[in-house]
Design a protein around this ligand. Structure first.
Ligand code: RB5
Length: 149
């Protein structure tokens, strides 16, 4: 299952992506928002992030105007590796090297065609493991590391 969410700025692109994923045979859980009424992107980052972190969704896709706010918010959740991507190489590498479990997109930045290509590249790519696992483990260690102030 793929969980998707967006704020008001990303809601139109979210619908297109949901349809695109369903055409590819994916089961999609659309966690909102559902119209263009102004909303707060952290709310959708939390909904999708918690589904992915808990293992109820294999991966997630989040969209806001730039993709920045929603990626910052999603990355606050333990276990989430959210990658903001504006090109297909970054999308593929975020899976292969970083094992990104959430793709973030900026609806006000990307054309629809590029956005779909990025989604396809991200969905088709797999985590390569190997030497990358040590680095993923170090990211996870940061989640529980105390911050010296
Ligand atoms: C909403 O106006 C906008 O700030 C939001 O969609 C996003 O771009 C934040 O990073």
């Amino acid at each position: 299952m793929i969980a998707i969410g967006a704020d008001h700025a990303g809601v139109r692109l979210k619908s297109q992506i949901a349809a695109f994923l369903r055409e590819r045979g994916e089961i999609v859980s659309d966690l909102g928002t559902h119209d263009e009424t102004s909303t707060d992107y952290p709310d959708y980052a939390e909904k999708v992030g918690r589904e992915v972190a808990a293992g109820r969704a294999e991966r997630g896709i989040l969209i806001c105007g730039t993709g920045i706010g929603i990626s910052i918010a999603a990355n606050k959740i333990d276990g989430i590796r959210a990658a903001l991507c504006g090109d297909t190489l970054s999308a593929r590498m975020s899976r292969e090297h970083n094992d990104a479990n959430i793709l973030c997109l900026g609806a006000r930045v990307l054309g629809d065609g590029l956005a779909m290509d990025i989604v396809a590249a991200w969905m088709d790519a797999s985590y390569a493991g190997g030497r990358h696992q040590r680095r993923i483990d170090k990211i996870a260690a940061l989640e529980s590391a105390p911050v010296a102030r």
